[in-house]
Design a protein around this ligand. Structure first.
Ligand SMILES: Cc1ncc(COP(=O)(O)O)c(C=O)c1O
Length: 373
């Protein structure tokens, strides 16, 4: 046998990974269908339609001066700002290259072959990917009304379970579990399993919640040493392209996360922009209000068109269109990119990110035309 004929060898759990399906980039659609990129509306990746905060752009440009140097591996300034905002010691914070990195780091720190992770059906795809990449077992708990069934998730925890992932609000369904139910779940898990089972409470869409629904998850972190709260700057803070997120957890867990993360996992521009965005209360408020108005615009259209949708607490809405592959293709031909979610077990649905009023209107107009065909 020649050297060249020796096959590539990879662990079976790695070759079995079904890669993440990202939203189609605007340039790719323009190439495929010969469309003008300027006329394309992308409502596929839960990005912030306001564009990045001006404050963050300025901070990033200033930080560009020092790009010949490595970033601060400990993110001192960003952690200090987060510490002040959330009232937790900086030593409780782990920065991530997006909160996706936090989820991967948690899986890397806690999972291995012979262990398992619990997560809900129709929940964020990265829970499956991160679990699979560690060669751990998946315990997928059926959703209830498209959301997390926390009682069933508690019952599903097995002897080998080390991690439970909860997305709150959930992606792609947009459902939300109120704070008292999350707290009761954490109490039950801790009482029964102590610190043996870590819960990751993924709050990527937290800032879109109406104020009366928000609850202080850092208070839960103070109470439970087996809790990791994960947040991101990609959504309401408008910095998806920079990749920055963070985790809050007590020191023992934080120490574990820090052992497996890359030393320079958050780049210089991202750290500077995140500090500026965190201080930009005006931008955050505009993002919240624009999202609320856009959600009402989309939901009113779905009702008018007689389409079922899941009431959403995030910056997107899951809508049932029936023949989703056909409708998605016809929307693409009209220059509108949304997200098919068949891979999440929802073959008749599409997930639509809430855009600016004119973007939402373009989508509604295209959808209406496609449905009439
Ligand atoms: C529930 C949830 N968690 C985490 C993420 C990861 O986002 P990022 O890595 O940009 O912070 C997403 C992104 O879509 C998400 O929907």
């Amino acid at each position: 046998m020649t050297t060249a004929s020796k096959p590539l060898v990879a662990p079976r759990h790695v070759s079995a990974i079904a890669p993440y399906q990202a939203g189609k980039p605007i340039e790719e659609l323009a190439r495929e269908f010969g469309l003008d990129p300027a006329g394309i509306v992308k409502l596929a990746s839960n990005e912030n339609p306001l564009g990045m905060p001006e404050s963050a752009r300025k901070a990033m440009l200033a930080a560009a001066e020092s790009l010949a140097r490595y970033p601060d591996p400990n993110g001192f300034d960003l952690k200090a700002a987060l510490s002040q905002r959330y009232g937790v010691p900086a030593s409780w914070i782990t920065l991530g290259n997006g909160s996706n990195d936090i989820l991967e780091i948690a899986a890397l720190a806690l999972l291995e072959p012979g262990a398992s992770a619990v997560y809900a059906q129709h929940s964020f795809a990265v829970y499956r990917l991160a679990t699979q990449a560690r060669g751990a077992r998946h315990i997928v708990v059926p959703a209830r009304d498209y959301g997390h069934d926390l009682d069933a998730m508690f019952e599903a925890i097995a002897d080998d379970t080390r991690l439970v992932f909860i997305a709150n609000p959930n992606n792609p369904t947009g459902t939300f579990v109120p704070g008292d139910r999350v707290a009761a779940f954490l109490e039950r898990v801790h009482e029964t399993h102590g610190d043996r089972v870590t819960v990751v409470l993924d709050e990527a869409y937290n800032e879109y919640l109406d104020p009366e629904l928000r609850f202080d998850s850092t208070d839960l972190v103070r109470r439970y040493a087996n809790l990791i709260v994960s947040r991101t700057f990609s959504k309401a803070y408008g910095l998806a392209g920079l990749r920055v997120g963070f985790a809050v957890a007590q020191p023992a867990l934080t120490d574990l996360l820090n052992r497996v993360r890359q030393p320079f996992n958050v780049n210089t521009l991202a750290q500077a922009a995140a500090i500026a965005a965190l201080a930009d209360a005006d931008y955050l408020q505009r993002a919240y209000e624009s999202n609320k108005a856009g959600k009402a615009q989309l939901c009113a259209a779905f009702e008018r068109l007689g389409l079922r949708y899941v009431p959403s607490y995030g910056n997107f809405v899951l809508v049932r269109v029936g023949d989703a592959p056909r409708i998605n293709l016809e929307l693409l031909k009209r220059g509108v990119i949304v997200r098919p979610v068949a891979g999440d077990g929802l073959p008749e649905w599409l997930r639509v990110t809430i855009g600016l009023p004119q973007e939402n209107a373009r989508f509604i107009e295209a959808l209406e035309a496609v449905l009439e065909e």
